[in-house]
Design a protein around this ligand. Structure first.
Ligand code: SF4
Length: 288
């Protein structure tokens, strides 16, 4: 049965060529420093919410306060240690450096990225985690949107893993953490295809749209200034139908073997695409 994860969908929505190389050719380029930074912070975020979740499960619904959940959080030093260790583990698997980072010196660039990951993990603990009552951590949902098939009529299966699903008095909130060196543009959460797929998963799991979806941006600028930027958004039925149509188009592209490259800029950059140096669509060599 054809199976789509949100990361596969996101990759294909963003760049067919990167999708082809990663998922069809099984090419594994080492991650860039921003990727390792994001992955290390994600691990620190996960550990924080797992501790809160354990208290919630132990005490039972309605029998705990946010303060009790927060007492279970690792302290900032431990959070930073988790992020540092996770960064080193990812880095040991390999790093694709940009030409700027090579000019700066790979050791220095790597150290700066690790420092940023440590700072971001601590910021998340103090400013975001303390507000969250996690009903699910790395919440996995597998579902089959009605009427969605491949060219042979096989139903499509969608797999999503949401970072955190939080309980609030108004309903469930799906949170996703991002790391960046500058604040996101206004409307980034509103336009996020990833959040749309998460809303679809919530609907499949609960029969209800999430109350809110958020992108929690942990920003450390090149001058070392740190801040948290939270963007909130919602999704409605029309937007869910649109994302189903996008998944249908993604499968049609896969069935037809059509893999369009992304326009250069943003994620199609040396900083964010590990295939950049060997991508023929941006002037790299495809035979490295
Ligand atoms: S460099 Fe750009 S076009 Fe090439 S694989 Fe990466 S994102 Fe796609």
């Amino acid at each position: 049965m054809p199976r789509w994860s949100h990361s596969r969908l996101f990759k294909l929505f963003h760049c067919g060529e990167a999708f082809r190389r990663q998922y069809l050719e099984n090419e594994r380029a080492p991650g860039t420093l921003p990727m390792h930074r994001g992955s290390a912070v994600a691990e620190a975020v996960r550990q924080q919410h797992l501790r809160q979740h354990a208290v919630r499960e132990h005490l039972g619904p309605g029998n705990y306060s946010q303060a009790e959940l927060n007492d279970a959080l690792p302290d900032v030093q431990e959070v930073e240690d988790i992020a540092a260790q996770a960064f080193d583990e990812r880095a040991r698997e390999g790093i694709t450096y940009t030409s700027d980072e090579e000019s700066e010196g790979s050791t220095q660039a790597r150290g700066r990225s690790k420092d940023d990951a440590i700072a971001m993990a601590g910021m998340y603990r103090d400013e975001v985690a303390v507000q969250v009552d996690p009903v699910g951590v790395e919440r996995k949902t597998v579902f089959r949107p009605r009427g969605l098939t491949d060219a042979k009529g096989e139903p499509l299966e969608i797999v999503t893993v949401r970072d955190v699903v939080a309980d609030t008095p108004f309903g469930r909130v799906v949170r996703d953490t991002k790391t960046a060196s500058k604040s996101p543009a206004a409307g980034t959460a509103d336009a996020s295809g990833q959040l749309s797929v998460y809303a679809l998963a919530e609907f499949a799991e609960t029969g209800q749209l999430p109350h809110r979806l958020t992108l929690d941006y942990l920003v450390v600028t090149p001058t070392g200034l740190g801040k948290v930027v939270v963007q909130e958004t919602t999704r409605d039925g029309t937007q869910l139908r649109a994302v189903v149509e996008r998944i249908r188009a993604a499968q049609a592209a896969l069935d037809a073997g059509v893999f369009l490259p992304a326009n250069p800029g943003g994620l199609c950059s040396e900083r964010w695409c590990a295939f950049w140096r060997t991508c023929k669509y941006v002037g790299g060599r495809d035979d490295d």
